[in-house]
Design a protein around this ligand. Structure first.
Ligand SMILES: Nc1ncnc2c1ncn2[C@@H]1O[C@H](COP(=O)(O)OP(=O)(O)OP(=O)(O)O)[C@@H](O)[C@H]1O
Ligand SMILES: [Mg+2]
Length: 401
């Protein structure tokens, strides 16, 4: 009533969220068909299968696997088939132990998180599967992280469950990014060699255009975005062929336009969104990190400042300061290094051997991908401040409660 009013552009904010799965995935019809054909014997005859979805970043692998599971559940209910699925993101559940815990807890939510060895947990999982009498599909998303953690055997054993006992019907959908295939060791390659490959090529500009258009139709009010703003988003994301980046641009641009009076998303908000986003270091990846990962990455971002590289030793010194600031126990050498390697396995940083400015000898150095260190540090600080329990604010010398 008084003065300027903010416009309403976003109709359904959830449709812009990073874990939203649309009903229909355009340009992924053939991959969906392949997946259905591959896994049909699981539904029909209780035969186990392994599908391996491979493609670049934001190429629709996770969304396709999830949509498949959701639709399969409906189909099974209609046909009277006892079916269930479990979707596990191995980047969030780093270790073999955590993945096994998630699998057992799928059936028994009260299963304790200590006291059992992985082999016992795997047996518990098998017993549950057999007892449930259900045909199960397990999605191991970002499975390369698990393999690099040395848990290739678990994946292999899961592919063999049906051969061991026909009552245990567990089919797998394994998902990995294309680049990680080279990093999978030989032993694990034999596991993947048995799997049926479904490829997810990069989206081109036109395909991204129609994906963004469809998402805008769903999420925004009619006419909420100018056609040239959609084209610009598609162009910006076409380099990586990355639909996630395209939708993130749409989301940020729409939120910015929402605060203005014009009532429509224009190319200007898209440009501004571009300036605030980075294709590799997306907000969703930062949100997925646990506290140790966030503290380590913040330390790296702060230590690197405007340089291209920072030595691991210098990063670790800053890490100790950041830990103190956030009230997190600082870990020593090998544990700190494992945090660094975890960040690298998620493509958030890159490590390399370089000659050290100070000592002249060669040592491990860390660099950041396409994001200014200051922006990264600010993003992490915002996330951590929002999620840090109030009592920790005392340590930072901020508000007292
Ligand atoms: N064909 C499509 N139609 C509509 N939305 C899509 C399509 N493909 C991907 N998306 C959306 O783009 C985003 C990224 O897709 P998804 O998470 O499936 O990528 P991914 O291949 O798993 O990438 P990563 O390897 O980085 O995990 C999601 O929000 C998803 O809903
Ligand atoms: Mg994914």
């Amino acid at each position: 009533m008084f003065g300027k009013r903010e416009s309403t552009i976003i109709r359904d904010g959830a449709a812009l969220g990073y874990d939203y799965v649309p009903e229909v995935l355009t340009h992924r019809e053939s991959q969906m068909e392949e997946l259905k054909t591959l896994l049909e014997p699981t539904f029909r005859y209780g035969r186990t299968r392994t599908a391996f979805l491979v493609g670049g970043v934001g190429s629709g692998k996770t969304a396709t696997a999830k949509r498949f599971c959701y639709d399969a559940m409906k189909y099974a209910a209609k046909e009277g088939i006892a079916f269930d699925y479990a979707i596990i993101n191995c980047r969030q559940k780093f270790s073999e132990f955590e993945v096994l815990l998630a699998l057992v807890r799928h059936f028994d939510p009260n299963y304790p998180d200590r006291g059992f060895a992985p082999s016992e947990m795997f047996s518990a999982f098998k017993r549950h599967v057999a007892k449930s009498g259900k045909r199960l599909v397990v999605v191991l998303d970002e499975v390369d992280v698990l393999i690099r953690k040395g848990a290739g055997d678990l994946v292999y054993n899961m592919t063999r469950m049906g051969e061991e006992d026909p009552k245990m019907v567990v089919s797998l959908i394994l998902i990995a990014q294309e680049y990680s295939l080279g990093q999978i060791d030989e032993a694990s390659q034999s596991t993947f060699g048995r799997a049926n490959l479904v490829r997810f090529p990069k989206y081109d500009g036109e395909q991204l255009h129609s994906i963004v258009k469809a998402r805008a139709d769903m999420a925004l009010v009619p006419g909420g975005i100018n056609p040239d703003a959609i084209s610009l988003i598609a162009d910006l994301a076409a380099g990586m062929g990355d639909a996630r980046y395209a939708i993130e641009l749409l989301d940020i641009a729409a939120r910015e336009a929402e605060g203005k009076t014009l009532g429509v998303v224009t190319a200007e908000e898209v440009r501004s969104a571009k300036a605030r986003t980075f294709s590799v270091v997306t907000e969703s990846k930062l949100l997925d990190l646990d506290l140790n990962g966030r503290v380590t990455l913040l330390a790296i971002a702060r230590a690197i400042k405007d340089k291209s590289y920072v030595s691991t030793a210098d990063a670790q010194k800053t890490y100790e300061v950041v830990c103190e600031e956030y009230g997190v126990p600082a870990r020593k050498g090998t544990q700190f290094w494992s945090y660094v390697k975890n960040l690298e396995s998620q493509a958030l940083i890159v490590t390399s051997m370089r000659s050290d400015e100070k000592t002249g000898g060669r040592s491990k150095h860390i660099s950041l991908p396409d994001i200014p260190s200051k922006v990264l540090a600010e993003k992490l600080e915002t996330i951590m401040d929002e999620e840090t329990p109030p009592r920790l604010y005392n340590i930072r010398g901020g508000k007292t409660f």
